[in-house]
Design a binder for this molecule. Sequence first.
Ligand code: ATP
Ligand code: MG
Ligand code: MG
Length: 395
Amino acid sequence: PATLGVMGGGQLGRMFVQAAQAMGFSTAVLDPDADSPAGLISHHHIRCAYDDPKGLAQLARCSDAITTEFENVPAPALASLAALRPVAPGAASVAIAQDRAAEKAHFERCAADNDGVRPAPHASIDSPEQLAAVAAELLPGILKTARLGYDGKGQARVKDRAELAAAWDRLGRVPCVLERLLPLRAECSVIVARGADDQCVSFPVQKNTHRDGILAVTEVYDGAIDPALARRAQAATMAIARQLGYVGVLCVEYFLVDDGRGGLDLVVNEMAPRPHNSGHYTQNACDVSQFEAQVRAVAGLPLRAPVQHSPAIMLNLLGDLWFAPNARHAQASDTPVTPPWDEVLALPGTHLHLYGKASARPGRKMGHLNITGPTVAAVRDTAAKALALLGLPPL
Ligand code: ATP
Ligand code: MG
Ligand code: MG
């Protein structure tokens, strides 16, 4: 029985470990945190920093193949592992995904092959000279740190040059990318899995709603996204993966914007070199989950085109819920209160996933609720009831 290793021990690693174990693999997790959600359930938990040479050597020794769940794993660590074991995705792909400027340059390179799907107009801000030379068409805009941002952290919306300069100061004058603020009509994302044999399969296209920069709801069913746009987004994502020589699971996020002709156009936002929060619905609504696809890609097993067997809605469960002043189950309080899972689970087609995190904190991803059902109307109805029980805004 082979062992699959994973760099990072968060909830994505935990769900990878669960999928790997379901298929009979042993697992090894490298993560510094004693209570990491994946480390807690893995056969091996190597507790060390992501760049610790001894820990990396130990991970390589006990693993037959290695993947990552955490996009900020140092690319050199992946490169050193790759000298010893198959590693997917590779260091070069991860390094591009870690840097918004490199990522956007890759998207630009792919545009010709991509039916013209491009990133938003943007510029790198690495120096006071670049700051001063910013084109007027990029304002109002969003200034994003090139590295380490997630869930809307490390970003500032800026109206004019004065706000831009102040925001760059506030972000610590680190390398940034300024993007034009686009009027978004909607957002979607696509997950593909690609094998070392270049075989590539795509999951259905997810429609995503964000709140305060964090994914709140994902909807995947007929009618959520225009089918022609969905096909275009899937083809663009496959091209982006192919041109990276990518192996593993990749998620690419898109904006839907007015095309000026009464329709919608696609703008590519960013990619994640791993399974993605927007792909969690696959656990209960598809015949292969994004985590099983990751296991297959990493272990060199065949990839099959996933089939969605139910309309799906995923609700993200953030730590705020445990303190929700407007939910029926809790008063505003400093002590976390468990949300009413018994009432939620009494609704048809609800699947609760909690990540085993020790404590709830506002903004912390604690789990998600997948909702499946026989029809779109049934799934939407259950989602509406679950949202009301949890005191969350309606769809
Ligand atoms: P993630 O947690 O998905 O990695 P992130 O912190 O890397 O998020 P982005 O995905 O770049 O950040 O942006 C977060 C959200 O902010 C987007 O999903 C979108 O709602 C909004 N946003 C980002 N860039 C733009 C833009 N150029 N125009 C309009 N809205 C934008
Ligand atoms: Mg991001
Ligand atoms: Mg994003």
